[in-house]
Design a protein around this ligand. Sequence first.
Ligand code: GNR
Ligand code: NI
Length: 176
Amino acid sequence: MSIKPLIILPDPVLRQVSRPVERVDDEVRKLADDMLETMYDAPGIGLAAIQVGVPLRMLVIDLSKEDEPKAPQLFINPEIVSSSEARGVYEEGCLSIPDYYAEVERPAEVVVSYVDREGKKREARAEGLLATCLQHEIDHLDGVLFIDHISRLKRDMVVRKFKKLAKDRQPARMVG
Ligand code: GNR
Ligand code: NI
């Protein structure tokens, strides 16, 4: 198991559309375990493979509280089968956009089809935070970030801030 570096805004890798996992083998299970370790270390409640630079359609989630046993969940090739008309609002954050939070409105309930760790096709109904988290992660698989669901003004401010941070972190090489 290993903790992998997180891809941070404005890295264009985050805008890639991930490709389906063709076969659930030991390599895929190893990646899932590394993603979980990376997510727990961060810490976060969800992580998509693209956030560690791997453009595969898989994500992990653990919504257990600190005082509860771990409850890791793995979703491979997840697809939203249906969404409720009813909407819910959550304050979202993203490990790829550190320390920025904003309210996002999404369908309150979703049904998701996916493949599990054993390669078995499954379906899950989700509401509340799980519904929000699944939609946030599935967005990542399509290169979509939660800031794409907020006002352009707010989004532009965040993107500008992270572009500046990235620039300051890697200064242009001095000449002469
Ligand atoms: O850790 C995370 N918290 C969170 C809070 C509200 C809605 C979504 C999330 S997911 C986020 C981790 C992350 O960036 N996953 O892609
Ligand atoms: Ni995220």
